[in-house]
Ligand binder design. Structure first.
Ligand code: HEM
Length: 504
């Protein structure tokens, strides 16, 4: 049964009990944050609508920046202001640092190994330490930046070929492929996605399907008693998708182990070498199962977040030709017309960096971050967040809060030119990567890759929307972090530029 029909059915059959529920809510006990009156059984599920970050931002205008809801059997607390986000993610960080694990994450016991879903305890700390020191440290990222540069050049070559052939580019699609290959090269030194090869295309589709499935509401998460039935089949599909990814990782790890046995690989070429080295030194710290689950985490958390940010930035720039012109002028002046950007150029490109921040302010890829959870009752701003509650920090609403931002819904990168506000988890009015101990460990990679891909795309070509679409007609409404239009645009070059830029 469809998710919303099932919710509706449950709601209609139980509406008569609303009064009882309201009475029980008013009984003395911990002071829950205010919120809309729940219906029996379904609670406030129907209030979520198809864009929960928007619906909850609207509800927060009525009930306040800390609000409690009943989502089926679960209590959720929604945070919608920078001051409360600071309390949750910094001042009382530890108390709020656990996770509500979605049912789908139990596929292949992923929740028992995954850095995303483990509670803050020894195993999680050890995985975070490995990521911070060995995968995402500045020196490590400096060491493998050529590899990423190569992938960006391939993206530009692909767009250049489309330009020569007069074909438009599915911008979201090629950026997703590039982001996936950037990661697969960083981890395994191979491309796992090639739009022209069916065998490689299947992994691109697989990672995409995992993201789509993870983004859909699953009734089991609100009514755990339904877990055995898996009414929407989410767990079963995730089991299939994860299984295929683990098969791929298993094969790539076996191949690498064989090369190492033959003495043909070693050192610290890529992430898999680093992890196998740590495993050889101390199997307790990370064993093979952990390595495979960590790879899944990196692909699942790092691909779509990166590519949707670049896609949104392109959409905003195509929607706002003046801003695009300013960005092009900065690039032309600083690094030269039609050149691809290097990571070392980013520091000299304040307008490009401002575009990235402004894009993440309006379109954070995870509008609610990754939901947190409290393991005990926690007092905050005079209210009690009850033990076991899910805590949703509405980064999307905070990024559009009119008491914080002037013209909050307008795309105005200029607002960041004279401002110290950054996206690194220090300024709670802008937290696309979260903050505190659960802050995104891939931040340092993302802030290199996103400006390089975006800057190279806009500096290499002029872009024209496909099908005579007027830029103003582009749909800038957020769709749970995804750009709603299929963003298709034709890269354009003057014949002279084409001769100097294109090598094929
Ligand atoms: C967690 C955002 C790219 C790996 C997170 C969280 C957010 C986030 C909001 C949750 C923070 C919280 O719970 O409070 C983003 C954005 C990205 C991005 C906006 C790019 C635009 C990446 C990349 C990787 C990555 C490139 C790795 C390749 C992770 C992991 C976690 C995480 C492993 C889980 C951390 C934990 O639970 O301890 N990210 N991310 N992310 N991200 Fe990212």
């Amino acid at each position: 049964m469809e998710f919303f029909s099932l919710v509706l059915y449950l709601s209609l059959t139980t509406t008569l009990l609303t009064l009882l529920s309201l009475l029980s809510r008013s009984r003395a006990g911990p002071k829950l944050p205010p919120g809309p009156a729940p219906l029996p059984v379904v609670g406030n599920l129907l209030k979520l609508g198809d864009k929960p970050h928007k619906s909850l931002a609207e509800l927060a205008k009525i009930h306040g920046p800390i609000m409690s809801l009943k989502l089926g059997r679960k209590t959720a607390v929604v945070i919608s202001s920078p001051a409360l986000a600071k309390e949750v993610l910094q001042k009382q960080d530890l108390a709020f640092s656990s996770r509500t694990v979605p049912n789908a994450a139990h596929a292949h016991d992923h929740n028992k190994y995954s850095v995303v879903w483990l509670p803050v305890a020894d195993r999680w700390r050890s995985l975070r330490k490995i990521m911070n020191s060995h995968i995402f440290s500045g020196s490590r990222l400096d060491a493998n930046q050529n590899l990423r540069q190569k992938k960006v050049q391939e993206l530009i070559d692909y767009a250049g070929k489309c330009c020569q052939d007069g074909i438009a580019v599915d911008i979201g699609g090629v950026i997703f492929t590039t982001s996936l290959n950037l990661l697969s090269n960083t981890i395994f030194s191979v491309d796992i996605a090639n739009p022209n090869q069916d065998s490689a295309k299947q992994y691109r589709d697989l990672v995409w399907q995992i993201m789509v499935e993870a983004g859909k509401p699953n009734l089991v998460d609100y009514f755990p008693a339904l877990a055995k039935i898996d009414p929407q089949g989410v767990r079963s599909r995730m089991t299939d998708y994860f299984g295929k990814m683990f098969e791929l990782f298993g094969r790539l790890i076996d191949e690498r182990l064989e090369l190492r046995r033959l003495g043909e690989s070693g050192g610290e070429k890529d992430v898999i070498d680093i992890l196998l080295n740590i495993n050889e030194e101390n199997n307790e710290e990370i064993d093979r199962t952990h390595i495979e689950h960590l790879c899944l985490d990196l692909f699942a958390a790092g691909t779509d977040t990166t590519s949707s940010s670049v896609e949104w930035a392109m959409a905003e720039l195509l929607h706002s030709p003046d801003t695009l012109e300013k960005a092009k002028a900065e690039l032309e002046k600083t690094i030269g017309k039609r050149k691809t950007i290097q990571e070392s150029d980013i520091a000299q490109l304040p307008y490009l960096r401002a575009i990235v921040k402004e894009t993440m302010r309006l379109h954070p890829p995870g509008p609610f971050l990754i939901p947190h959870r409290v393991e005990t009752n926690v007092e905050i701003f005079g209210y009690t967040v009850p033990q076991g509650a899910q805590v949703l920090v509405n980064a999307w609403a905070i990024g559009r809060d009119p008491s914080v931002w002037t013209n909050p819904t307008s795309f105005m990168p200029e607002r960041f030119l004279d401002s110290d506000i950054d996206i690194r988890g220090r300024d709670f009015e802008l937290i696309p990567f979260g903050a505190g101990r659960r802050i995104c460990p891939g931040l340092s990679l993302a802030v290199r890759v996103i400006p390089v891909m975006l800057g190279s795309l806009i500096n290499s070509f002029d872009w024209k929307l496909e099908g005579e679409i007027n830029p103003e007609e582009l749909d800038m409404e957020d769709n749970n972090g995804q750009q709603p239009d299929l963003l298709v645009a034709a890269p354009q070059l003057t014949p002279d530029d084409a001769r100097s830029l294109l090598s094929f």
